[in-house]
Write a protein of this length. Structure first.
Length: 75
């Protein structure tokens, strides 16, 4: 997976949610474009707050650990 492939998905108009499948077997969903930021060698994916006072969580994922990207039909 290349950095530009992920950035292209984030920049799509209209945005389509997608799932990142990782080498570990884990998957991470990106449901809104503003929740993901592509860095030099990683992507940061923010998670929504479960409670109003919660700090949002995030995953910092090395791009080299992303095996594939899957578009999701649901919004």
């Amino acid at each position: 997976m290349r950095r530009s492939d992920i950035q292209d998905e984030i920049d799509k108009e209209p945005f389509m949610p997608f799932r990142l499948h990782l080498a570990s077997g884990k998957s991470v969903d990106v449901r809104i474009a503003d929740a993901a930021t592509v860095l030099t060698s990683a992507i940061c994916v923010m998670h929504p707050r479960r409670q109003p006072d919660d700090d949002p969580g995030y995953d910092l994922i090395s791009i080299r650990n992303i095996e594939r990207l899957e578009q999701l039909d649901e919004l």
